[in-house]
Ligand binder design. Structure first.
Ligand SMILES: NC(=O)c1ccc[n+]([C@@H]2O[C@H](COP(=O)([O-])OP(=O)(O)OC[C@H]3O[C@@H](n4cnc5c(N)ncnc54)[C@H](O)[C@@H]3O)[C@@H](O)[C@H]2O)c1
Length: 276
């Protein structure tokens, strides 16, 4: 019988993190490294990905690799899979984290974030990464896990995967209502969609030992406009945004045997925002 502490251990587990060169991808990778796993950062940002993999390797004294991979392209995902299988022989964890952060900004007198103006090319681009990319990575890497009889997929959703954006947060003074910037529709659709993908995959591979969960993260503090922060924190019972390191423990819980009786669920960590 493993102790509770041992159930969090990730020694030698190969953990793919899409969008691993980004802000939170790096944090997920650090947490995995701290628990003995081998983080594999997939990203289109070669420079940041290479630097972050190198930094994590030397700080945590574990293997950590960067693989240049556009997750909208299935052939690139397949070649990452082949290279990981020939190097390690197994893939244990997939964190679908990559996304394009949709812009809430105003250009001249037009505001492209608004539904009436939202360009279909932008819709296609964001869904291709946030939703199609997550499906393709799950298809390719999840299949390997299912053949191996074990594995974990974790989809990174958001508080906006369970509630609607409060568009009052993005209001700018001096603009009429129909010109106000908004959180684009894509973010809601992608983040709700990831929770749907979670439930689909959790039951699809349940007999093959692959567990699939998602996590709804609240906003992380990163020098946002103080007015925006004040409005947002008024909606959060804990009265603040998250620190970038505050999700690490939950990530380890969800990708390790510590969550062995959990699949098809969404863990909400949002400072209480969605209960108000
Ligand atoms: N930061 C927050 O406050 C917050 C809150 C809730 C949820 N989230 C979610 O957490 C995840 C990470 O957020 P972040 O703040 O680190 O974002 P980020 O923009 O720093 O990182 C996203 C990464 O995805 C990569 N990417 C984009 N297109 C790609 C593609 N085609 N193939 C491979 N990689 C690609 C980018 O290069 C980038 O490195 C996202 O899913 C985001 O929606 C973030």
């Amino acid at each position: 019988m493993r102790s509770v502490k041992q159930s969090f251990d990730l020694t030698d587990q190969v953990a793919i993190i899409t969008g691993g060169a980004g802000k939170l991808g790096e944090k997920h990778a650090e947490a995995i490294a701290e628990f003995g796993g081998i983080p594999i950062l997939l990203d289109i940002d070669n420079k940041s990905g290479t630097e972050k993999a190198h930094k994590i390797s030397s700080e945590y004294q574990v293997k950590c690799e960067f693989k240049l991979c556009d997750i909208t392209d299935e052939s690139q995902i397949l070649s990452v899979k082949d290279s990981l299988l020939s190097q390690y022989g197994h893939i244990d964890i997939l964190i679908n984290n990559a996304a394009i952060d949709p812009k809430v900004e105003k250009k001249s007198d037009q505001n492209l974030s608004r539904l009436e103006e939202f360009p279909v090319d932008q819709w296609n681009l964001e869904l291709a990464v946030g939703l199609t990319g997550a499906m393709l990575c799950s298809k390719v890497f999840g299949l390997e896990m299912s053949k191996n009889g074990k594995g974990v997929i974790l989809n990174i959703s958001s508080d906006l995967g369970i509630i609607a954006p409060d568009q009052r947060l993005y209001k700018k003074s001096g603009l009429p209502n129909d010109k106000q910037p908004v959180k684009p529709v894509t973010y809601s659709v992608i983040k709700h969609g990831l929770i749907g993908l979670t439930k689909y995959l959790a039951t699809y591979w349940v007999d093959e030992g692959v567990r699939v969960n998602s996590i709804s993260l609240g906003g992380v503090s990163k020098n946002q406009d103080p007015k925006f922060v004040e409005r947002l924190t008024n909606l959060i019972p804990l009265g603040r945004m998250a620190h970038e390191d505050e999700y690490k423990a939950a990530i380890i819980f969800l990708v390790s045997d510590a969550s062995s009786y959990m699949t098809g669920s969404n863990l909400v960590i949002d400072g209480g925002r969605s209960c108000w």
